[in-house]
Design a protein around this ligand. Structure first.
Ligand code: ACO
Length: 378
């Protein structure tokens, strides 16, 4: 038996498409958006035209989420966390305490979707309800896994302060709440990253907003997308003290390993989110003891990376200063990726609204590279 056609068979045209293919869709324009502009060359990030640094300095996460959903800037917008429906709480109680927080959050969003009426097209109210629900669900899981009772939302608190309260049982001081809020603002939206694209593909089939966000959480769970800040914490604790930074960094790079919190696929300049978060970390009342270590290690790392890669600008990225902020507000590193997902709810749901408002099923072509047409073996 052979795969080749007989010599006298008519020549088949190739089954392969002739259009260009870009692995990973790199460089492919796959949509249009009003939501954010990521300017990698200049190190700029704009949400609906507003600079990220200004939004962090003068806004709140609730106002930024409202801006992304509606296009209106209302600095007084508030979004308290929402209660976890009983059906979802039963699901969270049934999870093993060793479950990964990202798995728990994805499961909670899926169970929430099953307990709601979410007709097409998605609405701002649906986006608001889901974004307000998820922090309560993650906080409930974090307490259940350590044998503690979940805490009901306090409607007086805005979303990030409410999340910390439901996590710890204590109302956070304003500085701590403000620091986490700033982290949520910089994490809210970032163009056509993999999880946002997932949310848009799901929405384009006229599926519901909970399915879009559950799929996006599954995408963000991968270490190539959502995992770096806890690795920054690991690396800083391995460095130990500033005087050991130079030797540690040189040895790490000599082993072919990467420095976590540096480099970016799009930014060739200092990541504007890192600059905003560094300011926040430095202004925190309860500074993590190793914030000074982080700034000293950053200086050494930037000098050595510039020396090793003179032709490729490798600068600090958002994850480097996300680590001190998240540690400083008292989160355990295994909650970092799920907390990033909570922040990105605003962007995911805003993209679901934008996709639905001008919908076209997202269904690209693929190059077939398998065997030519042939007969089954006899
Ligand atoms: N440390 C050391 N060297 C690096 C680093 C780094 N952090 N980043 C890139 N390089 C080097 C590479 O080794 C490569 O060197 P070579 O040409 O000698 O082989 C060169 O720079 C180019 O690397 P690429 O992988 O092509 O860069 P790319 O832009 O595709 O990668 C990425 C971006 C994945 C973020 C990378 O910089 C990295 O792995 N950084 C560390 C992990 C990290 O901080 N991730 C969080 C990113 S921010 C976010 O996702 C929200």
């Amino acid at each position: 038996m052979t795969d080749s056609p007989p010599a006298d068979a008519p020549t088949e045209p190739s089954l392969q498409a002739t259009r260009p293919y870009s692995p990973g869709l790199e460089g492919v324009i796959a949509g249009e958006t009003n939501l954010s502009y990521v300017d990698g060359a200049q190190g700029r990030l704009l949400y609906r035209g507003y600079r990220i640094g200004d939004l962090v300095a003068h806004g709140t996460y609730s106002a930024v989420a409202n801006l992304l959903w509606t296009g209106d800037w209302d600095p007084a917008a508030r979004l308290p966390t929402a209660p976890v429906p009983d059906a979802v709480m039963h699901v969270l109680q049934a999870l093993p305490s060793a479950a990964k927080p990202m798995d728990a959050l994805r499961t909670a969003v899926s169970a929430w979707g099953a307990s709601q009426d979410l007709p097409w097209p998605p609405t701002v109210e649906q986006a608001r309800a889901l974004t307000a629900f998820s922090p309560s669900a993650l906080a409930a899981f974090a307490r259940l896994r350590s044998g503690e009772q979940p805490i009901d939302p306090d409607p007086e608190l805005d979303l990030t302060a409410g999340f910390l309260y439901q996590l710890t049982g204590e109302r956070p001081d304003p500085g701590t709440a403000r620091a986490l809020d700033a982290y949520f603002i910089v994490g809210a939206e970032h163009g056509f990253n993999a999880s946002t694209f997932t949310a848009r593909v799901i929405t384009s089939t006229r599926s519901d907003i909970a399915s879009a966000v559950a799929g996006a959480i599954g995408t963000m769970k991968g270490p190539l997308h959502g995992g770096a800040p806890s690795e920054v914490v690991d690396q800083l604790s391995q460095v130990g003290s500033a005087d050991k930074a130079e030797a540690w960094i040189r040895e790490t790079l000599a082993r072919g390993e990467r420095l976590m919190g540096f480099g970016h696929r799009v930014y060739r300049a200092y990541d504007p989110r890192a600059a905003a978060l560094r300011k926040v970390a430095e202004g925190m009342e309860h500074k993590p003891s190793w914030l000074q270590l982080a700034t000293e290690v950053e200086d050494v790392a930037l000098r050595i990376l510039a020396e090793k890669h003179p032709d490729r600008l490798l600068k600090t990225n958002v994850e480097f200063y996300a680590a001190p902020v998240l540690m400083g507000v008292g989160l355990s590193p295994d909650l970092f990726p799920a907390t990033f997902s909570l922040a990105r709810h605003a962007g995911w749901t805003a993209h679901a609204l934008e996709q639905a408002a001008n919908n076209r099923l997202i269904r690209p072509d693929v190059n077939y590279v398998g065997p030519e047409e042939r007969d089954l073996p006899t």
